[in-house]
Design a protein around this ligand. Structure first.
Ligand SMILES: [Zn+2]
Length: 109
């Protein structure tokens, strides 16, 4: 379940390393791909199951993961009406990014 607005359109701008989401409430959000990888909400990336579901600081979307962690997005798959799963070039794909996570992290214009 989600109480977030749903995306109307999702595109990836590889040249500029951006995930672009247009939301049904009219918001237009350009998320840096390195930041999307940085905020990966899976238990491994969050540092354990007990940290899952904690709010992600908005500034984290502008951070870059440690060396060796790929920010090269190879695929993305919608997970029902709930969110999106990203597949990174280093094989990581454990993060389920709910709309509840992504919408508040929309970089301010
Ligand atoms: Zn992860």
């Amino acid at each position: 379940m989600t109480d977030s607005p749903l995306p109307r359109n999702i595109t990836v701008d590889r040249q500029n390393q951006l995930l672009i989401v247009e939301w049904e409430d009219g918001a237009y959000c350009e998320y840096p791909l390195p930041g999307i990888r940085y905020i990966c909400p899976c238990a491994d990336c969050r540092g354990g199951h007990e940290n899952m579901g904690k709010p992600i600081p908005p500034e984290d979307i502008f951070k870059t993961p440690a060396p060796g962690i790929s920010t090269d997005l190879v695929d993305a798959k919608l997970v029902g009406n709930y969110g999106i799963q990203f597949f990174w070039a280093d094989g990581h794909n454990a993060g389920l990014y709910s709309w509840n996570i992504l919408r508040p992290l929309c970089p301010a214009k």
